[in-house]
Design a protein around this ligand. Structure first.
Ligand code: GDP
Length: 528
């Protein structure tokens, strides 16, 4: 194996996703704890607790007590380099999560055993299915009186449209929770509520009929465990890794993140079965991760980490080859050579300078305005990574300038925030009217706050009678022009100057689709 292949083989880059409050932050922290990346719990940002927040650099996060940003955390576990991309759970920042999912190779989905599948769980899984991302499910909070595990599995399969295969099985639940039985290696992990301890009491049993099981968990639960396991083994196929890798089958673990329970098994299995960095599609060809030449793309831009500097940080996922510091790379959209003197890697809550980075790694590039989401870097080849679409927003408002003396600042600020993907900006001409599209109300608050704090520009938003934006294309340039001319008032342009049809209702779109069969209407900015 070449050095590059060895580096690829030892990497796993994944995202943790969940509906808010299911325990994503807690699990992330515990994975870092088990991985030895942090020494004590409470080091990772906690969404609702300001005191322990370490990565809440945006005021708005603190004020609202929500996590807006995606963080990157790397650590090594038994020679495997693990990169976790944390994502905001709040639905108003779902676009950020969707984009982050383009930069991972697999996902761990956290589900609360009391609440089961929730609204955001479903939406996030849709994105995973679209991309065939392999998913492991962690059923959390088993120390609470939750749903019956068989019912939960059924719910997961039905609501998330994926096959499941339990790899561990709970013994009791809530007050009577005694632990889990690992189905693959016949190990009993005994539960004790303990937030400090990081190893479980494990007992290997060669046969479930062993009377030791009754002594350890009680006759009733032992009998139930035997019945449950018999049933699972009778109906469930053995775990098939290839189905998991293809995104059709989700292995399921049960545990309690806050009590450090079930986390070790999850981490062990994850490092064994999760995919190493995979190839990715571009507009010209598929780039394989073990190609010698460097390629990467920007999936997230963060502004003003330090409010005293205007620097932004672009998060770049390395797709192939070796990235090297102080080397010129080709910025495909700008057709420009760029080099980076201080690229950063993220280990737990520390940042450090990187000399080299490999496929699967995420590096931070300091940027003074060269990057937009989706931008591609190569060693010279002209190609653009695809699959990082903009999704049609759900709420539209016109941006109004409240301070004519700050027009320039507002103009600059809103374009930069749109490049960062904070919201989508559509321009309507004549008049340079700015229409902001978001998926949630909170995004407007973030924009208003940041424009004022970072650019000194005061703004407000005016309600608009728009409920949907559809990107449009037509069988010919001429037909497209004709449609645009006829619908001038309902046409705006996105940041790439692609035309968008702004519709007041679903009926509007239906009508236009019927009237103009030569025009196509798209839900995302990327279509083929
Ligand atoms: P996130 O919003 O998905 O990141 O969720 P958090 O990790 O912030 O957890 C939400 C709440 O659930 C917090 O109060 C946690 O302490 C709590 N929690 C997390 N894991 C467990 C668990 O295993 N059992 C119980 N009882 N509570 C938990």
């Amino acid at each position: 194996m070449t050095t590059l292949q060895t580096e690829i083989a030892k990497r796993r880059t994944f995202g943790i996703i969940s509906h808010p409050d299911a325990g994503k932050t807690t699990l992330t922290e515990k994975l870092l704890l088990f991985g030895g990346a942090i020494q004590k719990a409470g080091t990772v940002k906690r969404n609702k607790d300001e005191k322990t927040a370490t990565s809440d650099f945006m005021e708005i996060e603190k004020q609202r007590g929500i996590s807006v940003a995606t963080s990157v955390m790397g650590f090594e576990y038994k020679d495997v380099k693990i990169n976790i991309l944390d994502t905001p759970g709040h639905k108003d920042f779902a676009e950020d999560t969707y984009r982050t999912l383009t930069a991972v190779d697999s996902v761990i989905l956290v589900v609360d055993c009391v609440k089961g599948v929730e609204e955001q769980t479903k939406k996030l899984m849709q994105v995973c299915r679209m991309r065939h991302t392999p998913v492991i499910i962690f059923v959390n909070k088993m120390d609470r009186e939750g749903k019956d595990p068989f019912d939960l599995l059924e719910e997961l399969e039905k609501e998330l449209n994926i096959s499941t295969r339990p790899l561990s099985w709970p013994i009791g639940i809530g007050h009577s929770f005694k632990g889990v039985y690992q189905l693959n290696n016949k190990v009993l992990n005994l539960f004790s509520a303990n937030k400090k301890k990081i190893s479980d009491d494990t007992i290997t049993i060669s046969d479930l009929a062993d009377p030791k099981v009754d002594q350890l968990v009680g006759d009733l639960l032992a009998a139930k465990l035997r019945d449950d396991v018999e049933l699972i083994e009778a109906v469930a196929e053995p775990f098939d890794r290839s189905l998991y890798l293809a995104g059709y089958l989700a292995p399921v673990f049960f545990g309690s993140a806050i009590n450090n329970f079930g986390v070790q098994e999850l981490l062990e299995t994850f490092t064994q079965i999760a995919p190493h960095p995979q190839g990715r599609e571009t507009d010209t060809r598929k780039v394989e991760s073990d190609e010698s030449k460097f390629t990467g793309f920007v999936f997230k831009i963060h502004a003003n980490l330090d409010p005293n500097h205007r620097d932004r940080i672009a998060f770049c996922r390395i797709c192939s080859g070796t990235f090297k510091r102080n080397t010129f790379y080709h910025h495909n959209r700008l057709n420009k050579k760029l080099k980076f003197a201080s690229p950063t890697s993220f280990m737990a809550d520390n940042k450090s300078l990187v000399e080299e980075a490999f496929p699967g790694d995420v590096i931070g590039l300091y940027d003074s305005g060269n990057f937009k989401i989706g931008d591609t870097l190569t060693e010279g080849e002209s190609l653009q990574f695809v699959g990082i679409p903009s999704f049609s927003p759900e709420i539209f408002r016109e941006l109004e300038n409240n301070d004519p003396f700050k027009t320039k600042q507002l103009e600059k600020g809103i374009h930069q925030l749109s490049d960062e993907g904070v919201a989508q900006l559509f321009i309507q001409n004549p008049g340079n009217r700015k229409i902001i599209g978001t998926v949630g109300e909170l995004q407007f608050e973030v924009i208003q706050f940041r424009l004022l704090n970072e650019y000194g520009a005061a703004c407000s938003f005016r309600h608009m009678n728009i409920t949907k934006a559809k990107w449009i294309s037509a069988i010919s340039e001429e037909e497209l022009k004709k449609f645009i001319l006829r619908h001038g008032q309902k046409i705006a342009y996105d940041k790439e100057s692609k035309p968008v049809f702004l519709a007041a209702s679903a009926w509007d779109i239906e009508y236009a689709t019927k009237q103009y069969p030569e025009v196509s209407f798209h839900d995302t900015s990327e279509w083929r």
